[in-house]
Design a protein around this ligand. Structure first.
Ligand code: UTP
Length: 297
């Protein structure tokens, strides 16, 4: 029987330079989409996929992120006293039971592959998920849950894949497709941040992975790749070289790149519009803005 995926790594040790000066003191993952920090969306998605152990790879200045998962007895007591049950239950979702969450420090931002490698000793030779909280995915069935279900059939390694325009390829890891099976492709190669005319397909890897523990063996030997960083895609590509299965999964849902300012703003609008309590106000405002823009043109 295939081992269930119950562990997830959340690499959050990056510098978040695109959001400076905010990220000088606020971790990117604590920035809020409507009223929840990015990391809460990631945790909810992981829980829906059956993840039981949450391993964060953090760095200097990420204290607010660790505090976020602490229980807040005083605040809870106050909300209970005031009968604010909805807020109380929102707060409960932020709690983690002792021992379910662990923090590992990446001492130097040497890349995503290195960040994942930092968590190797906690994975106990089991398959694991990797979630990048700055990729937020709006989906009826959470993206990682879709992937876990597909993985139960395939095993191997699986990356979330999304079609991108050719001029965007240099910002992503791009899949070299062996066989296209619809929602899934088998992969014969991966190139990190290729030049536009060297991209082997239009399928880009985004921040959800299910990986075999063998990937750590490749990361052990890894040298710096594109951008001088230790790249996770390079280690996954090594699995292909060893004839292990690597699959791209075309998830159903909309991904927002909340690591970029434009993506974050788009997500804010989309998640605001999806909320019953905000939709009317926000829609009205957006219509006003568009009308004023058109009148000025
Ligand atoms: P990004 O490429 O978005 O980098 O990392 P970043 O540092 O977060 O942000 P910018 O580009 O400076 O604005 C993708 C993911 O990999 C993690 C980041 O925290 C983010 O979740 N990461 C990246 C690490 O954990 N360690 C690293 O050394 C690099």
């Amino acid at each position: 029987m295939r081992k269930k995926v119950t562990k997830a790594i959340f690499p959050v040790a990056g510098l978040g330079t695109r959001f400076l000066p905010a990220t000088k003191s606020v971790p990117k993952e604590i920035m809020t989409l409507v009223d929840r920090p990015l990391v809460q969306y990631a945790i909810d998605e992981a829980r829906a996929a059956g993840i039981k152990e949450f391993i964060f790879v953090t760095s200097r200045g990420k204290g607010a992120l660790e505090d976020y998962f602490d229980h807040a007895p005083q605040l809870e007591q106050e909300l209970r006293r005031k009968g604010k049950d909805e807020l109380l239950s929102a707060l409960k979702n932020t709690n983690m039971d002792s021992g379910d969450i662990a923090y590992i420090r990446q001492h130097k931002a040497m890349g995503l592959g290195h960040a994942v490698w930092c968590a190797r000793r906690l994975m106990h030779n089991e398959p694991f998920a990797v979630i990048l909280p700055d990729d937020v995915i709006a989906a009826e069935k959470p993206c990682l849950q879709q992937m876990v279900e597909a993985y139960e059939e395939t095993g191997g390694n699986m990356v979330a894949a999304m079609e991108v325009a050719p001029d965007k390829a240099p910002s992503y890891g791009i899949l070299d497709v062996n066989e296209d099976m619809g929602s899934m492709v088998s992969v014969k190669g991966m190139v990190e941040k290729p030049a536009q005319d060297e991209a082997p397909s239009n399928l880009a890897v985004i921040g959800r992975y299910i990986l075999s523990p063998d990937v750590f063996r490749h990361l052990n030997r890894m040298k710096q790749g594109a951008g001088g960083e230790i790249q996770l895609t390079d280690a996954i590509a090594q699995e292909i070289a060893e004839d292990k299965g690597v699959y791209g999964y075309r998830f159903r849902g909309q991904r927002f790149d909340c690591g970029s300012k434009a993506g974050f703003l788009q997500a804010t609008v989309a998640f605001g519009l999806a909320r019953d309590d905000l939709r009317d106000d926000l829609e009205g405002y957006l219509q006003e803005v568009m009308a004023a823009k058109q009148a000025a043109e």
